[in-house]
Design a protein around this ligand. Structure first.
Ligand SMILES: Cc1cc2nc3c(=O)[nH]c(=O)nc-3n(C[C@H](O)[C@H](O)[C@H](O)COP(=O)(O)OP(=O)(O)OC[C@H]3O[C@@H](n4cnc5c(N)ncnc54)[C@H](O)[C@@H]3O)c2cc1C
Length: 468
């Protein structure tokens, strides 16, 4: 059994680390699907563009996802209907269909071999009190000219199940590596931006050793490492899920549950990918317990995991992503509510259209500076969630981890054949880290930063390592 995502179990190209100062028109920070598709959308411009990635291209949230292109997104449409109104939810739905079509068009145009499969998208509930909610959603979809049918699938116990057409499955890393096939712009891996300074009409982004001067900065880094001025920690909470891939033979399927605790299932070649046990990173923090629960569910289906991994995404306060300009020439694309694989490709089109001064119908809908009542009430929830993360991080006890002091620093130590000593606090917000025994990572319960066993940062918002 492998403790990595099934998508990462392929050959991939490596890129150099930045070794000199640079000056460009557009700096893209982050090499996930948002960053790589931003490179793609800017490819025909006359601009000088470059991308930096603090770890490895695609190894963030993108490489740990379930790889579905789906507009039937759990209860998200209902959340948007509640936060805003039916008109906004219809616009969001349209954006998702446009985004999926955009991805499929790019795959066809660029002849990207990313195992694209068209399947019916299935949504179900096993709770009686949610039947009406799904029926309401069904009506809403039909009002938006989407064909919906009731259906049945034996992989889950369901009280009510619907399906829609024109949803897809793909391999997210093969997709972004395919986007890079004819890329002409420089890419740097293991290059982390530690600070960003706004000068009069340009930015200076700092790595440990070098400076990058640029007119525009695209923050494609999932969760910004800086708190001010944008105050990202009060714009959304973090949701962690546990995933597996097991040997399976059966027809292609794509299934999701309506609400938490979320279940998401899909096939990939001779495997069944199964996601469960989603929770806020700040509560119920024991990863081991969640992986055990997931394995129990697999046992119920007579499956054994060949791959196990976890993943974290941002759940925004009002259900819409944050895409656009947050300050003059500083742009962001994030907050996709666990549905970012197609949204990110649309997102980077919006960002590139803003830079190239082209109209885009979605600029207003996803404005990252929007303020509404859900944002205000949600920010209180976010503040509480950070506090809960601090408390639960401190309370978590793992008998395999010991705590000590080295050179006046509080450290945590995990021993296998070696001693792994790391700083016990997350550099982002100071929350105490928790050891994830299955993936052998140090995970932050507050905002989802992750570090490998020796403390190298593998997931933001932190942009610093914690090794001693
Ligand atoms: C369990 C789970 C399952 C999911 N499944 C699906 C799905 O089936 N379909 C779907 O549509 N969506 C899915 N999603 C959501 C989707 O995966 C994400 O929304 C999307 O991948 C986000 O892409 P990104 O490029 O914005 O972020 P990332 O892929 O995380 O990329 C950001 C990159 O920025 C880098 N970075 C961060 N800070 C810095 C810095 N300071 N300097 C340099 N680089 C930096 C990171 O290392 C990272 O590589 C899922 C999410 C989860 C949690």
């Amino acid at each position: 059994m492998k403790n990595i995502s099934i998508w990462k179990d392929i050959e991939s190209k490596s890129y150099p680390t930045l070794d000199e100062d640079k000056e460009v028109d557009v700096l893209i920070i982050g090499g996930g699907i948002t960053g790589i598709s931003s490179l793609y959308h800017l490819k025909d411009s006359n601009l000088k563009v470059m991308l930096v990635e603090q770890n490895k291209i695609g190894y963030g949230v993108t490489g740990n996802s379930t790889g579905k292109l789906n507009y039937l997104q759990n209860d998200l449409i209902d959340k948007i209907r509640k936060s805003f109104n039916d008109d906004t939810a219809s616009k969001y739905l349209k954006s998702q269909i446009d985004a999926i079509n955009m991805v499929v068009d790019i795959i066809n145009k660029e002849k990207i071999d990313c195992d694209l499969v068209k399947v019916k998208g299935i949504l179900y509930t096993n709770k009686v009190n949610e039947i009406k909610k799904i029926k309401d959603l069904e009506l809403f979809l039909k009002e938006n000219n989407i064909e919906v049918n009731t259906t049945y699938n034996k992989l889950v116990q369901s009280k009510y199940m619907i399906e829609v057409d024109n949803t897809y499955l793909f391999h997210p890393l093969k997709f972004i590596y395919g986007l890079l096939k004819n890329n002409k712009y420089p890419i740097y891996e293991n290059t982390s931006i530690k600070a960003l300074e706004k000068k009069k009409d340009y930015f200076i982004s700092y790595t440990d050793k070098y400076k990058i001067k640029s007119k525009y900065v695209i923050l494609a880094l999932h969760y910004p490492y800086f708190n001010l001025p944008y105050l990202f920690p009060i714009k959304g909470t973090l949701e962690k899920s546990y995933l597996s891939a097991s040997k399976y033979s059966g027809n292609d399927v794509s299934i999701i549950s309506y609400s938490n605790p979320f279940i998401s299932i899909r096939t990939y070649q001779d495997k069944l990918i199964y996601l469960s046990n989603s929770h806020s990173t700040s509560n119920n923090v024991s990863d081991k317990h969640h992986f055990e629960e997931l394995i129990k569910k697999l046992n119920g289906l007579k499956l054994k995991p060949n791959y196990l991994w976890s993943n974290i995404d941002i759940i925004t306060n009002d259900g819409l992503p944050y895409i656009g300009e947050i300050k003059n020439n500083l742009l962001i694309g994030t907050g996709y509510n666990t549905w970012g694989l197609a949204t990110s490709v649309l997102s980077s089109k919006i960002l590139s259209d803003i830079i190239l001064v082209k109209d885009n119908e979605y600029v207003k809908l996803f404005d990252p500076k929007r303020v509404n009542i859900s944002q205000v009430t949600g920010s209180l929830k976010c503040a509480y969630s950070s506090f809960e993360g601090i408390v639960n991080g401190l309370a978590d006890k793992n008998e395999k981890v010991t705590y000590d002091e080295v050179d006046g620093k509080d450290v945590m130590i995990y021993r296998d054949s070696r001693k792994h000593i790391v700083n016990h606090k997350c550099p982002h917000f100071g929350c105490r880290l928790i050891f994830n025994e299955i993936e052998k990572t140090w995970d932050c319960p507050c905002h989802g930063s992750r570090f490998d066993i020796d403390g190298k940062c593998i997931n933001g918002p932190s942009n610093h390592d914690i090794g001693i």
